[in-house]
Design a protein around this ligand. Structure first.
Ligand SMILES: [Zn+2]
Ligand SMILES: [Zn+2]
Ligand SMILES: [Zn+2]
Length: 251
């Protein structure tokens, strides 16, 4: 089975406009180093995780139908591209009730309601749901937003854990860690060089999370232009991976 990282970057992307840091300068010269805003696609169930503001570009590249949409939280970089889904008349959206409120507003304001059959499936935290595939939504510390969560998606025998944006306190959440254990793939936040309490994981804590969850494969994503250069990160996180835009991972 395949998982596609559509976007590997943070809200500002890389290059960030007007920034001349090493990563941004390199990304302007070499498209390989560009990072669009965070998003993932699972071809097997045609599922999108987080409609990023770069969704049009992602869909253009992907050229596939989306049927399921999971939203980790209602920060702009994770939900801002939702109106781009207007090309699909029927989709099913999953997330916390507060997150879906924002999604419904965006649909109403920018897409319309009468001709679109968009179905909303509010998920409570910390319980499994069965939709033909299984899904578990767990709360993550990510201030100042009121609710943010990660997803564990089980498709057949394969288990994919996605933290979304999370502070390092996730390392103390034994229940979420237990559910993520032994995932075939862990996609985890690794925004900055160093963790920001209640907000994002840094390099050391992202590695610590992978070492705790013990997935078969782990890929770190949501990487800021202010993080280490890509190749340095790759060395630091071995044997785990550092996401790039449009990276295909076999699990
Ligand atoms: Zn984010
Ligand atoms: Zn920069
Ligand atoms: Zn966020």
């Amino acid at each position: 089975m395949e998982v596609v990282i559509l976007g590997s970057g943070v809200y500002s992307g890389t290059p960030k406009p007007l920034c001349n840091c090493e990563n941004c300068s390199k990304a302007r010269k070499f498209p390989l180093y560009r990072r669009t805003r965070f998003s993932i696609y699972i071809p097997k169930i045609r599922a999108l995780i987080d409609p990023s503001p770069d969704l049009h570009y992602h869909l253009e590249h992907l050229n596939e139908r989306i049927e399921h949409v999971f939203i980790t939280h209602a920060h702009f970089d994770h939900i801002g591209g939702l109106p781009e889904l207007q090309i699909f008349k029927h989709i099913r959206l999953y997330g916390h009730p507060k997150t879906l409120q924002v999604a419904r507003y965006l649909q109403k304001r920018f897409v319309g309601e009468s001709r679109w059959r968009w179905e909303y499936f509010p998920l409570e935290f910390s319980r499994w749901y069965d939709f033909g595939f299984r899904v578990y939504h767990f709360k993550v510390p990510h201030q100042p937003i009121e609710v943010a969560g990660g997803f564990i998606i089980k498709i057949g025998s394969k288990k994919i854990a996605i933290t979304g944006d999370t502070g390092p306190e996730i390392l103390n959440d034994s229940r979420a860690l237990e559910e993520m254990k032994g995932a075939d793939l862990l996609v985890a936040d690794m925004t900055h060089k160093h963790s920001i309490p209640q907000a994002h994981l840094g390099v050391d804590d992202a590695i610590k999370l992978a070492q705790t969850v013990k997935p078969k494969k782990a890929v770190f994503a949501h990487i800021s232009h202010a993080n280490y250069p890509h190749e340095e990160l790759e060395e630091m996180v071995k044997p785990y991976m550092v996401a790039r835009d449009f990276m295909h991972i076999n699990i």
